[in-house]
Design a protein around this ligand. Sequence first.
Ligand code: ACO
Length: 331
Amino acid sequence: MPSQSVRSRIVGTGAYAPERVVTNFDLAKLVDTSDEWITERTGIKERRFVADGQAASDLAYEASTRALDAAKLKPADLDMIIVGTISSDMRLPACAAFLQQKLGAGPIPSFDLGAACAGFVYSLSVADQFMRTGAMKAVLVVGTEVLSRITNFTDRNTCVLFGDGAGAVVLQRAEEGEAGVLSTSLHTDSSLATSLMVPAGGSLEPLTHESLNTQRDKIYMNGQDIFKVAVRNLTSASRFAISAAGLETTGIQWVVPHQANLRIIAQVSQRLTIPMERFIINIERYGNTSSASIPMALDEGVRDGRIKPGDTVLMCALGAGVSWASALIRM
Ligand code: ACO
């Protein structure tokens, strides 16, 4: 819910993408696909994959140090770390614990939040609640993914979509009347829970030789199910966040959407009647990086000068669960 008093404000952004570029032509050597199909159906031209030994917390560390530098803060200034991820370094402990260690932050609460592609916006909203109660003064919120490790490279329906990367923001308490997180809106509808999943490797279906051989430890998705619900729910959650802040779509300078499919973004743009020129889009270079996609695009928009102080920015994301979320912020 919007509050007129103590808000949290984004005071620094950062992003990191691993160096290795994988083009559509590279993937066409692995599965029966083409640059033309991938470009037309998704908008993706290339994505980044990690090097051997590089984990989600390594990407998170790079993005976080950039966000902290931009905020002119040190790891010791942080009160909490929240990491949105579905591809943590290990099943146990949390990616946030490794990130805390790499940053050299104090023994502050540090935890992962699993809401798939909505993980960053969910994490931002959770952080914002802690700030509004006055419990925290500075929180690091990260989205980081190494999806290349949980992608089935024999499934052309999914392997062309995903990439690796990380983005981060630092939140600090804003004074009255200043910029900040104006509203957030979080949702989950489990009726399509098995339309997007990693079936094996959890408590339901522990890893076996057979599940490894059949790639049940990798992402499975019914893309058409998710596509339809994505357009509908991203639009409704965006409208909710806008009206909860007492604004109209004309008051939005920039939309930073989850980068899953350019056609989803175009349909959301049409339904919200916000032109595509006001969307920050980098899907052609990074593909779908799940929880990392929004903070990566946000950082790009801030650093190239499109997003300016005082601009109102709408974020919206949807992923497995199905979980979806939106946030309206004033920079
Ligand atoms: N190359 C060539 N052909 C392909 C490929 C490919 N890479 N992938 C699928 N096809 C074929 C299919 O086999 C099918 O062929 P057929 O007609 O002979 O059966 C045809 O293309 C059409 O397939 P569709 O699945 O209908 O393709 P669609 O246009 O729906 O695009 C896509 C698929 C890109 C996956 C789309 O449905 C989508 O973007 N869905 C939503 C994804 C999303 O938002 N996910 C949520 C976030 S992810 C997360 O949370 C981790």
